[in-house]
Ligand binder design. Structure first.
Ligand SMILES: [Fe+2]
Length: 234
């Protein structure tokens, strides 16, 4: 399910690595790459920054790839929750508007934690909307869906993908003995699973959504993570 994007395992030569002096004295506004001592610091997305972390470089590269993927997915879902918070309509408006805001506040904190863990390991976390759209495995939220239950169904489908991805990511970092990253992902995984429950509870026992909107649920199976109404374009 997940498409972990690991940094290309090519480390730049020392002559291309930004030095601490370059980071502290680089000229702002230049794109870099021209050489010389005044070159502004740049950071290719696959660059590994030096760190005194006890973790071996291979483990750090692997964890950074996992964390960056998690960050893109978590950011995408958080943005979708914001869209839902702003656009939801119908009789359930107020409680859904509030619930979405509660989830956004919780997820936003973890977005920061995941990005900072990637940076702490020497990585460069994707921080812009374009990078998130390029890297995430979460399908776009159909903008035409605004009715409360239908919108919850769409969000449930996407949280199920995030939940399944986290399970795989947790397995990966645990196998490679990056226990601090595993601890963080484990905590996020529990919160995402709880959030999935909060949303799914609105659908359980309710009549099937109409108008072509998929809830992704059955009475016995729950969410499968398989999207039936997804639009892969962001
Ligand atoms: Fe608000």
């Amino acid at each position: 399910m997940s498409q972990l994007t690991e940094p290309t395992p090519t480390r730049q030569s020392n002559s291309q690595q930004p030095t601490s002096q370059q980071f502290s004295s680089g000229t702002q506004g230049q794109s870099g790459g021209m050489g010389g001592q005044s070159r502004a610091p740049t950071a290719p997305v696959d660059q590994l920054f030096p760190t005194r972390s006890y973790l071996p470089e291979q483990v750090r590269r692997s964890s950074i790839g996992v964390l960056n993927q998690c960050l893109a997915d978590l950011s995408a879902v958080t943005m979708q929750l914001k869209s839902a918070h702003w656009n939801v309509k119908g009789q359930e408006f107020y409680q859904l508007h509030e619930l979405f805001e509660d989830l956004i506040e919780e997820f936003d904190g973890y977005v920061d934690d995941v990005a900072e863990r990637a940076s702490a390991l020497g990585g460069r976390p994707p921080g812009t909307a374009r990078e998130v759209a390029r890297q995430t495995t979460i399908p776009a939220l159909p903008p035409q869906t605004v009715e409360g239950v239908a919108l919850v169904g769409e969000l449930v489908d996407r949280l199920a993908v995030l939940d399944a991805n986290l399970y795989e990511q947790l397995e990966t970092v645990t196998e490679r003995n990056d226990l601090d990253t595993a601890d963080l992902l484990n905590e996020i995984s529990r919160v995402v699973a709880k959030s999935l429950w909060f949303l799914e509870a609105h659908l359980q026992g309710a009549p099937a959504a109409t108008g072509g909107q998929s809830t992704g649920l059955t009475t016995s199976g729950g969410a499968t993570g398989q999207l039936s109404n997804s639009n892969p374009s962001q």
